[in-house]
Structure formats: structure tokens, C-alpha cells
Design a protein around this ligand. Structure first.
Ligand code: SF4
Length: 325
């Protein structure tokens, strides 16, 4: 299907988010809807913002917003101006224990997917830092390295930069996320970030069912080279249309994560192996798992799910006084 690209606008770019429970942030900014990386395992298309807006997408020419994930991109072209306007009026900010008042870019797109969005991200980050906000960037694209002003902005202690690096196997990545930059390039970018004095974190997400203790050890050893303050983790979860998309991509083991029982067993095993690997390397305190509450139904990791839900990360944010509401 040909790529559908359109411009839209947004009134208030600061959106509330369920990512508080993952201890990522309290608010998100998405300068676009849609993500041309189109990773097969992505479960953004099964989130309410996509799932509940089928007719709006159809009016814009997208027949099935879930199944066609990766083949549309709607720029929110006024994002920076709208954020400036919102900030000029904003007096109170949410600050939960786990969200820490952080604003994250982005959750339903990649904030550096192309130059246009990268510059919008740069504009938003500038405004947020001027307003003394804590900023988290999550991306799979190293393209920010080509934006010198962005690199300079990222050196602010109120900003943490993270990438999703679930594997270092470029061939496996081509199968799962063929349009995203290769993990080896992401790793290089994060090492560069560290060399520039930028605070870093990583999302080891999502890992494949074949991941074992030795695989985690190799991965963690490489990730530690850029000194991530926290390492989030989750395995591949089948949600909404991603099971179909993985099957269509010829990923034969996708059936095992679609079955709740084998998915939960695998989740439990991987968590145990990751913990042991991290313990062996002395980095366990940096591991922050995203334990899915659906595990409780399967009788797996019940206490741990409660323990980790909305638990603050070990990251050290500057001690700013933030107004709360
Ligand atoms: S980069 Fe993230 S948002 Fe984009 S398709 Fe991949 S998993 Fe989804």
C-alpha cells in the first residue's frame, strides 16, 4: 500500500498517558500520528487512540488503521506553536511518583523519524527545557546526530535520551523491524550520546522468545558501554493486530506469543534469565521490567507485577521544584 502522508493540527500537544504505569513519564507529545518504521511487533495500533478512531482514519484514506500500521503518517504541523501557546497558559503540572513530572517524546511515533519531525522535536524540547520541564526522548532513529543544535540541547541535565535496543542481531532486526535503523547503528548512536555527556537510558524491548541468559549477558555488556541509568525490559507481547502482522512477516514463533499460556511461561522464564544475567554483571539495580498485568490471569509473577507497577525508576533527575496538581 502506498504511504499516506497528510498534515493535521492539534490544540494541546501535551497528552495524558498510560505510560505512567511504565514509569516513563506523566505527559507525552506526539508531533505526528503513525510511524513509518512499521515494526511488526508494535502495539501502538491497538491502543485506543488508533483503535477508537477508525472512521476518522477512513476519511483520510486509511482503510484499516491497525492492519495498515506503518503506511500512514499524519503530521501535527502546528505542534511547536501549539505547545508554546499551551505553556504560556499552563500553571499546574501532573507529577506522579512514577511519572516524576517527565514529558516524553514520543509514544505513537518516532520523534526523529525524519528531518521534519526531528526539527519539530527540537522545537518542543527547547520550549520544555526553557520551562524547566523534565524531558525523556524515546526513539529508534540515530538521525538526531545530524542536528547539532539538538545534540547541544540533549546535554541538558533535565533530559534523558533512550533508544529501544532489544537485540544486537541486525539480521533478526531486519525480520522484525525491517524499516527501522539497525541495532548496531542505534548502539553506535547511544555511545556517541554518552561521549557527548548526554544522560542515557535504554528500552530492551521487546525481546524475542529465544532470548536466554547468555543472550542477555552479551546484550547488557554492550549496553553498559553507554552507561544507561535505567534499562527497561519487556518481551514481545501479542496485542491487537501485531500477532497477525508478525505472522504475515513470516515470523514462525509468533504463534507462541499469541497463546496466553506459552506467552506467560516465556515471560516468566525470560525475566528469571535477565535477572540472573544482570546480577552476574552487577547491574541488576538498573533493570526495570515492564511486567504485564495479564500475567496475573495466568498465575505468573503475581507479586512482582504488583511490585513493579508504577514503581519509580532509579534515575536521578535534577532536584527541581515542580508545581504539582
Ligand atoms: S518505532 Fe516504535 S512506534 Fe514506531 S513502529 Fe516501531 S515500535 Fe512502533
Amino acid at each position: 500500500m502506498a504511504m499516506i502522508i497528510q498534515d493535521t493540527t492539534i490544540k494541546n500537544p501535551l497528552g495524558k498517558t498510560g505510560l505512567v504505569s511504565k514509569s516513563l513519564c506523566d505527559l507525552v507529545i506526539n508531533p505526528a500520528m503513525g510511524c513509518p518504521h512499521g515494526c511488526s511487533f508494535c502495539y501502538v495500533p491497538s491502543t485506543p487512540i488508533i483503535r477508537m478512531n477508525g472512521s476518522a482514519f477512513r476519511k483520510s484514506g486509511v482503510e484499516d488503521a491497525m492492519a495498515d500500521w506503518g503506511s500512514y503518517l499524519f503530521y501535527r504541523e502546528n505542534t511547536v506553536e501549539a505547545l508554546r501557546e499551551t505553556l504560556s497558559r499552563k500553571r499546574t503540572w501532573p507529577q506522579t511518583l512514577s511519572g516524576r513530572g517527565v514529558v516524553m517524546m514520543s509514544s505513537t511515533t518516532d520523534p526523529f523519524i525524519n528531518k521534519r519531525i526531528g526539527l519539530m522535536t527540537e522545537g518542543c524540547v527547547t520550549l520544555l527545557l526553557e520551562a524547566n520541564r523534565r524531558v525523556r526522548i524515546l526513539t529508534r532513529s540515530p538521525s538526531w546526530m545530524r542536528l547539532p543544535e539538538t545534540v547541544e540541547l540533549m546535554q541538558d541535565p533535565n533530559l534523558s535520551l533512550g533508544m529501544s535496543i532489544p537485540t544486537l542481531d541486525d539480521d533478526l532486526s531486519r525480520q522484525l523491524e525491517p524499516k527501522a535503523p539497525r541495532p548496531s547503528d542505534r548502539l553506535r548512536a547511544m555511545k556517541f550520546a554518552h561521549s557527548q555527556g548526554i544522560r542515557t537510558y535504554v528500552a530492551i524491548a521487546p525481546t524475542v522468545p529465544m532470548m536466554d541468559k547468555e543472550g542477555f549477558k552479551r546484550l547488557l555488556s554492550e549496553l553498559m558501554l553507554f552507561n544507561p541509568e535505567v534499562m527497561f525490559w519487556e518481551p514481545i507481547n501479542a496485542r491487537g493486530s501485531n500477532g497477525d502482522r508478525m505472522m504475515q512477516a513470516g515470523i514462525d514463533w509468533a504463534a507462541s506469543v499469541r497463546d496466553r499460556k506459552t506467552w506467560a511461561e516465556n515471560f516468566e522464564r525470560q525475566w528469571g534469565e535477565l535477572r540472573t544475567a544482570a546480577e552476574d554483571l552487577g547491574v541488576l539495580e538498573r533493570i526495570h521490567p515492564w511486567l504485564d498485568s495479564a500475567l496475573i490471569k495466568e498465575g505468573k509473577l503475581v507479586e512482582e507485577v504488583h511490585y513493579w507497577k508504577s514503581r519509580p525508576t532509579v534515575e536521578k533527575w535534577p532536584n527541581l521544584v515542580l508545581p504539582e496538581n
